[in-house]
Design a protein around this ligand. Structure first.
Ligand SMILES: C[S@@+](CC[C@H](N)C(=O)[O-])C[C@H]1O[C@@H](n2cnc3c(N)ncnc32)[C@H](O)[C@@H]1O
Length: 186
């Protein structure tokens, strides 16, 4: 069996974890690929909270959801994921953060270590037992290299009694390919 690439691996983890009726988040909607997968998984009885700081990303996500007929179970929030707790108060089953910049967009607007870690601090306590938070770490650009160090340092120190943390990625590829950090609440 061929080894799974990073994004299909994340989607397989989400499919295993998320069921109809769940509440989940997309911390970085971008063009909405992950938001759409989550919307399909939770179905009309569940809910997806999607965050992005760029209106253009939210528009792209809204258009994708609309075309797929999956908009009704999604709240698109024009705010930083660091402000998660202002918008979501219930336990969440899963979340995904695709870090970095908007593909096809302004490459100077990228996720930042301070806000990424601030959001982990507020989201992890709200994760259900058995729930999963996935980070896809892009470190091919200079800001991404700094963010990678901060995020790795933070997740490596999560208490093992409460969380399992998995790192998944290919280590012999050129151009600093992205890797996955998957955090599961015990
Ligand atoms: C790599 S893209 C996400 C790609 C997306 N998952 C997709 O399927 O197309 C990263 C996104 O994070 C957004 N972003 C950057 N900082 C953010 C923050 N503090 N809170 C929420 N979104 C942020 C960017 O605007 C960008 O759209």
């Amino acid at each position: 069996m061929p080894l799974q690439k990073v994004l299909p691996f994340c989607h397989a983890l989400l499919k295993e974890t998320v069921q109809a009726g769940d509440t989940v988040i997309d911390g970085t909607c971008g063009n909405g690929h992950d938001t759409l997968l989550l919307a399909r998984l939770v179905g009309p009885s569940g809910h997806v909270y999607g965050f992005d700081i760029q209106e253009t990303a939210l528009k792209s996500t809204r258009d994708r959801l609309c075309q797929a007929g999956e908009l009704s179970q999604v709240s698109l929030i024009h705010a930083s994921h660091a402000d998660f707790s202002h918008y979501v108060s219930m336990p969440i089953r899963a979340g995904i953060f695709n870090l970095g910049y908007l593909p096809g967009g302004d490459k100077t607007i990228t996720t930042q270590p301070e806000s990424t870690i601030a959001s982990l601090r507020v989201i992890l306590p709200q994760l259900e037992k058995g729930g999963l938070l996935i980070l896809v770490v892009y470190h091919g650009h200079p800001e991404g290299k700094i963010e990678k160090e901060h995020v790795l340092d933070y997740v490596q120190k999560l208490p093992q009694e409460s969380y399992q943390v998995l790192q998944y990625g290919f280590i012999n590829q050129r151009n600093d390919p992205p890797f996955v950090l998957a955090i599961q609440k015990k």
